[in-house]
Design a protein around this ligand. Structure first.
Ligand SMILES: Cc1cc2nc3c(=O)[nH]c(=O)nc-3n(C[C@H](O)[C@H](O)[C@H](O)COP(=O)(O)OP(=O)(O)OC[C@H]3O[C@@H](n4cnc5c(N)ncnc54)[C@H](O)[C@@H]3O)c2cc1C
Length: 392
């Protein structure tokens, strides 16, 4: 068993850390969050450093990385720059995974090089006012009309919908069809006539704008159907194909964020003195820090292991759900304990910790709520424990 990253991966991690140190000061992060502004300049810098091509094969102009490389990327970004983490996740990650694993050859050649270079941004729109967890009940419909589809409907909570160039949009294409077997994915340009976004204000994750999106007679060509016309009504299958990768990478974001919260709380506990001693000398505080360290370490092992399983090409649905549910849960509890250790200083606006906590809560909701992950794990357990290694 080898727990070491390759030399290339260590170099990649160093590059990400240098980027975070140079470009993403806590002051800048606070400013972006306060202004609820998308980090345009950071996105450009990340693209120049090749981060947007991390999962794109070299033949399409990317770095040819694997899941573990993207795990490293999101872990480091979430550790030092939540705005960069949001920009990568919701302008690149979903677009790349969906096109790479489901696109036609033509779609790969059209979009992947531009995604890798940062020339275009792309995300995904599934959630609707009446269809969140129950994604099979979406109503946004794409009606076929000669060479075109005409899309009508409303999506909600769509991150960066007002920033990206394309939204991969889940639409019903067979109104009489069974749930999950009636939908298709479309690559919709956001400058289409009839496409409109309205911003939604929220508790955290504020440098990643979220929007309601209205599609009013949005016309897209047949060629925008992800995977081509043979994939009509197979949109859910396409979506499922990439869930394990996306969840594992999000789980890595939780690990990075939890690490930041732990380190900040530790530093505070060492320097804040009460009654003549550092607060960290009190066993009640020390035990909190100990538990935080154990949780972060355990989550990291789970996430790395899952990334490794995916990169081996083995089934990883239960593992990815475990990684996501555990990493998101501990991230929230580590941030909450970090805030408790800091007392009033953690609760005020200038404190990073309160921002960490607000962001951590989101991780338990997106990429499939933690309740849904537990359903997934439960179903897998009925069939036996998830695979830890390839079956012999
Ligand atoms: C800031 C933010 C950004 C987002 N970005 C995007 C995006 O870019 N694209 C996109 O498509 N979506 C996005 N989402 C939507 C997100 O995926 C959904 O919020 C999530 O899937 C949950 O749906 P819901 O909010 O409608 O909750 P609901 O589905 O209404 O669930 C409410 C509660 O009931 C629980 N519940 C529901 N069904 C079950 C069940 N079967 N078993 C157990 N518990 C259940 C849920 O876990 C939850 O706790 C974003 C959400 C937020 C908050």
């Amino acid at each position: 068993m080898d727990f070491q990253f390759t030399t290339e991966q260590e170099m990649f991690r160093k590059t990400i850390r240098e980027y975070v140190k140079k470009e993403c000061s806590p002051e800048k992060e606070r400013e972006l969050e306060d202004q609820e502004a998308f980090p345009t300049d950071l996105y450009r810098k990340m693209a120049e450093l090749g981060f947007m091509g991390v999962l794109v094969p070299e033949e399409f102009g990317g770095q040819g990385g694997k899941t573990l490389d993207a795990v490293l990327l999101l872990e480091e970004l979430a550790y030092g720059s939540l705005s960069s983490a949001g920009a990568f996740s919701f302008c690149n990650l979903y677009g790349v995974t969906k096109i790479l694993h489901n696109g036609t050859e033509e779609q790969k050649r059209e979009y992947l090089p531009k995604l890798a270079s940062g020339e275009i941004k792309m995300s995904v729109a599934c959630t609707e006012p009446d269809a969140g967890t129950a994604i099979g009940t979406i109503r946004t419909a794409a009606a076929m009309n000669n060479e075109h589809f005409v899309i009508n409907g409303t999506k909600v909570f769509i991150n960066n919908a007002n920033v990206v160039d394309y939204l991969i949009t889940a639409c019903v294409t067979d109104k009489k069809g069974e749930e999950f077997k009636n939908m298709s994915l479309f690559i919709v340009p956001t400058n289409s006539r009839g496409f409109q976004t309205s911003p939604i204000r929220k508790m955290g994750n504020r440098a990643t704008p979220s929007c309601e999106v209205a599609f009013e007679d949005v016309v897209v060509p047949r060629s925008s159907l992800l995977g081509g016309m043979t994939q009509i009504n197979l949109g859910w299958r396409a979506m499922r194909k990439t869930l394990d990768i996306e969840r594992t990478i999000f789980a890595a974001g939780c690990v990075g964020l939890a690490q930041a919260a732990y380190e900040e709380a530790l530093q505070y506990a060492k320097t804040r003195r009460q009654g003549g001693v550092p607060v960290g000398d009190h066993q009640a505080v020390m035990h909190k820090l100990t538990d935080m360290a154990v949780k972060v370490h355990t989550a990291r092992l789970l996430v790395y292991h899952t990334g490794w399983i995916i990169d081996c090409g083995w089934p990883a649905t239960a593992n990815a759900a475990m990684a996501k549910v555990y990493a998101a849960d501990i991230c929230k509890s580590v941030c909450l304990d970090g805030l408790q250790i800091m007392g009033g200083a953690g609760y005020i606006h200038q404190s990073n910790m309160q921002r960490y906590l607000r962001e951590a809560v989101l991780y338990t909701i997106i990429a499939g709520t933690n309740e849904m992950q537990r359903n997934t794990i439960g179903m897998a357990l009925e069939l036996g424990l998830p695979r830890q290694t390839r079956e012999r």
